[in-house]
Ligand binder design. Sequence first.
Ligand code: GLV
Ligand code: MN
Ligand code: MN
Length: 430
Amino acid sequence: MPDTVAPNLVAAVSEARHWQRLMEMGAIGGFTDADGNEGVNRACLTELDRQARRLLISWAGQAGLAVTIDALGNLFLRHEGTVPGLAPVVTGSHMDSQPQGGRFDGIWGVLAAFEAVQALRDAGVSTRRPIEVVAWTNEEGGRYAPGCMGSMAYAGYAPPTTWDAVTDKDGIRFGDALREHLAAEADLTRRPLGVVEGSAPFAYVEAHIEQGPRLEAEGLDIGVVTGIQGSRWFLVEISGKSDHAGTTPLGLRQDAVQDMLRAITALNALMRDPTDVLRFTVAHIEVEPNTSNSVASKARFTIDFRHPDNAVLQARGNAIAGVIQSALATCTATVTERFHAIPTDFAPLVPDAVEAAARAQGLRAIRMPSGAFHDAQFIHPLCPTGMIFVPCRAGISHHPAEYAEPAALAAGTRVLAQVLADLANREEAI
Ligand code: GLV
Ligand code: MN
Ligand code: MN
C-alpha cells in the first residue's frame, strides 16, 4: 500500500480550474431561490443535460480523452494506460440533479474525476491501466423513477428496456426521451452497454459530497466510505370514488385521501424505530380530481424506505403492502415496488486506498457508511468499489442551499488523483 504523496500529481490538481468548471456547470439549469441560494434543476435526458454533457465533452477533447457513450447514454471519457488490454479503473458519478437540487450532488464526482485525470496527465504520471471517467444516466430518479438506471443497466442488474414505459410528469416515456437523446448524440462513438467479454472494471471509485452533517461537524476532510445502506422505493395508488363534497354523506364515501391518511398512519407504526437508524419518507402525493369540493377518487404517493441491515430492509419492506391493505376502510390499493438496492459493504481495496491517500496527504479521514444511495451500489458486484466523501455545509443536499467549500472539493480531488494513480498501476486487486 503506497503511503507516500506524489508531490507533482497533488500539485497538478488545480483548485481554481476545478471550481471554475463546477460553477460553469452549475449555471446550466441554474436558478436562485427566494432565499438567494443558487440551485440547479437539470433533469436527465433534457436539453440542459445535453448542454452540460457537451461542455464536459469539449473539455475532454481539449484534454485528449476519448469519448464514448452506451445505449443508456452513460458517458465515458478515457485516458489510456501504458499496458494494452488491462481492465480500466472507472471513476465518476452523475450529472443530473433533483428538481430543486444543488450545484454539487453528482456533478462534483464527475468533475473531480476529470480534474484528477487531467492532473495525472499534466504531471506526466502514466498509469498501466486505463482510467475511464463516467457520467451515469439518471442517478437521481427525479424525472424518471427509479434512480441509478444507467449504472443498473451497465451492471446487468436490469435489462436496458426495463424502464421504457416509465413516464415523466408530462407523460413523456423514458424510452422516447432516451431515443431522442441518443439521436442528439449520434455523432459520439458508441460502445457496448456494460461489461462485455470479461471487461469488468478493475475498480470503481466515486467522489461525492457527504450529504450529511458528520464530516463538517467533526472537522474532518475526507469520508472513507465503507458501504451504502439499502433502499426500497414503492408507488402506492389508492382508488376510491369521486363524489360531491357538499352532498355526499360521509358514510357513503370512498374517499381516497382519507384512506391514504389511514395507510400512512399505519406505515408510520410499521416503521417506528427507537434507534432512529431507519429512514422512511412519504412524498410525491397526487390526488384526483384535486378540487376542494370533490371527494378524491385517487390518491398516489411514493415511499422511500432505507436501512443498513438487509434483514430489516426485507422484513419491513415486505410488510408494506399488507399494512396498507389492512389500513383501508373503503378503497382499494395497488403497491408497486420500483427500486430495490440491498445494503452494500465495499471490499477493502478501494477504501484502503482512499484512507492511505488521505493520510499520506495529511488529511483527517474517517470511515463511514453512506445514507444516500449512489451508482457505486450497483457497480459493487462487478469489481472492488468505494467512495470518497467531502464535507458539505450543514449536511444539506437535494436543496439549492447545498454548498461545499472550494478547498474541501480540491482536497477530495487530490485524494482521488492519488487513489487513481495507485489503483491504475496495480497488477492485481490486492
Ligand atoms: C440519491 O440521490 C438518494 O436519494 O440517496
Ligand atoms: Mn448524487
Ligand atoms: Mn442526489
